[in-house]
Design a protein around this ligand. Structure first.
Ligand code: UDP
Length: 490
């Protein structure tokens, strides 16, 4: 007889670098496992925004990962101020018919619908499409591109929605989830903060759909979230939630943004002393107000520490304005929004680069000693991989959840303001926090923690490591399902 074909896994990444990049890493590991082929599905919507993703990225994937792009769907009926979550989930919803065709056509001749697919793996937004895999009888596993505590808080949203009437930021008591740091209502994910916004309802609905999953593949690891992982295990054993597999950290080992030539900021870093430079970057979407940008600049300058700052166009309306290429439409340079004379005065001490830096290489450069971050989960894992401590500056999405966890439990980050992220962070606060991180005692403790985590992360993927074993367990489930289905088909 013929060799049985490798089981096929369909991975679905929703728009945004923070989703596409880790999904590509997952695809790499799925095929490296040796028994699977994979299709990495992305959306044409928004793919031209951002920084050459995902086409440049696809070129770096092994041949056993094929690419499929869902055609662009119209979004012109959305209001101009629609939140990013609303935009992404509208794309996912409107693309369901195309995705159904794609999943069904992956079936072998004569097989049932979707018969050739061993598993469907959407990310946290793509999970909106779990109804399709349920319909086609394909196992569905949500790849959680953030941590387990953030996932858990999202899973809890439908209950909060049902049992309370006020805005979550006005909840009198913190939300206490098993194994997790208590979360003030104001620290819950950003799109849940306004019940009148369509994004709120999208997210509550999405959380309900998560229950259709056969499991969660979470980009976290034991040393980062031991208590949360243990508590979630109990909940899923009791049938409350599908099981979670902590398979991380998947951090990229190089920035594959398509820029071939080495970025000038790396050459600048080569000239700086060890651990002397503070790297400042707010992910792919983070955006500051004009006033905040000026205060941050003045604070960096006043601190006297060296810095490398990825500067974006400011926006007074939207803290995630850069997400879909907020810079597009500007013909000028984001650096021109810096305070008068800033670049000149800080020459030699600081370097401001426009829009984008090769972050993985920057963080792992010996000259970098601290990271001012919006606490996006990929950025956090990249900091861990490099052993660099953070200053938490959450802006949108689940970043406050991450900041609370990193500052209050893990100890990887300092939070300049404690739990008060509202309002403008003044130049004095910036300067004090930067100094504490770079040369203070708390900064030293966070640096020590970062080093510990870096080692633990490496161990998690060593032979017999917790994350590798969790990954093997998922692969085992997929193979079992594929075997059952191929028996059923013949
Ligand atoms: N990134 C980068 N250069 C930049 C900004 C971001 O390479 O100037 C990458 C970063 O390394 C990370 C991703 O973009 O892998 C951002 O993901 P994250 O989850 O941190 O934040 P998001 O952009 O989703 O808010």
């Amino acid at each position: 007889g013929k060799q049985p074909p490798a089981a096929h896994v369909v991975l679905l990444a929703s728009p945004g670098a923070g989703h596409v990049l880790p999904m590509a890493e997952l695809a790499r590991r799925v095929v490296a496992h040796g028994e699977f082929t994979a299709t990495l599905v992305t959306y044409a919507n928004f793919s031209s925004a951002g920084h050459g993703f995902p086409s440049a990225l696809m070129a770096t994937l092994p041949p056993s990962v094929s690419a499929a792009v869902l055609p662009e769907v119209p979004l012109d009926d959305l209001p101009a101020d629609a939140r990013i979550e609303t935009r992404i989930l509208t794309v996912v919803e409107r693309s369901l018919p195309n995705l159904r065709d794609l999943l069904a056509s992956s079936s072998p001749p004569g097989g049932g619908g979707g018969g050739g697919v061993a598993a469907f793996v959407p990310d946290i937004f793509g999970a909106w499409a779990l109804e399709l895999s349920a319909e086609l009888g394909v196992p569905g596993y949500v790849f959680c591109t953030t941590n387990l505590m953030a996932l858990h808080s999202l899973l809890h949203a439908p209950e909060l929605d049902r049992t309370t009437t006020c805005e979550f930021r006005d909840l009198p008591e913190p939300v206490r989830l098993p194994g997790c740091v208590p979360l003030r209502g104001a620290d819950l994910v950003d799109p849940l903060q306004d019940r009148a916004d369509p994004a709120y309802h999208f997210l509550v609905d999405l959380a309900k759909r998560y229950l259709l999953a056969d499991g969660f593949i979470v980009n976290t690891f034991d040393a980062m979230e031991h208590e949360a992982i243990a508590a979630f295990e109990t909940l899923s054993r009791d049938g409350v939630y599908p099981p979670a597999y902590a398979v991380g950290p998947f951090a990229r080992t190089c920035s594959s943004g398509g820029q071939k030539a080495e970025h000038g900021c790396l050459r600048w870093l080569d000239e700086q002393p060890d651990r002397s430079v503070l790297y400042v970057c707010f992910g792919s979407g983070g955006t500051l107000s004009t006033e905040q940008m000026a205060e941050l600049a003045a604070g960096l300058e006043a601190s006297g520490h060296k810095f490398l700052w990825v500067v974006r166009f400011p926006s007074d309306k939207d803290r995630s304005a850069s997400f879909f290429g907020g810079g597009h439409g500007h013909s000028d340079d984001p650096l021109s929004y810096l305070p008068e004379g800033f670049v000149k005065r800080t020459r030699g001490v600081g370097l401001a680069v426009a829009e984008w830096a090769p972050q993985v290489e920057v963080l792992s450069h010996r000259a970098v000693g601290g990271f001012v971050s919006h606490c996006g989960w990929n950025s956090t894992l990249e900091a861990v991989a490099a052993g660099v401590p953070m200053l938490a500056w959450p802006l949108y999405a689940e970043q406050r959840v991450n900041a609370v966890m990193l500052a209050e439990r893990v100890g990887l980050a300092l939070r300049p303001r404690g739990d008060n992220d509202d309002g403008v962070v003044t130049r004095e606060e910036v300067a004090a926090a930067v100094t504490e991180l770079m040369v203070g005692e708390k900064g030293a403790a966070a640096r020590e923690k970062a080093r510990e985590l870096r080692e633990a992360a490496a161990e998690a993927w060593a032979l017999d490591g917790t994350s590798r074993k969790a990954f093997e367990a998922v692969a085992g489930e997929w193979k079992k399902a594929a075997a059952v289905r191929s028996r059923g088909a013949s």
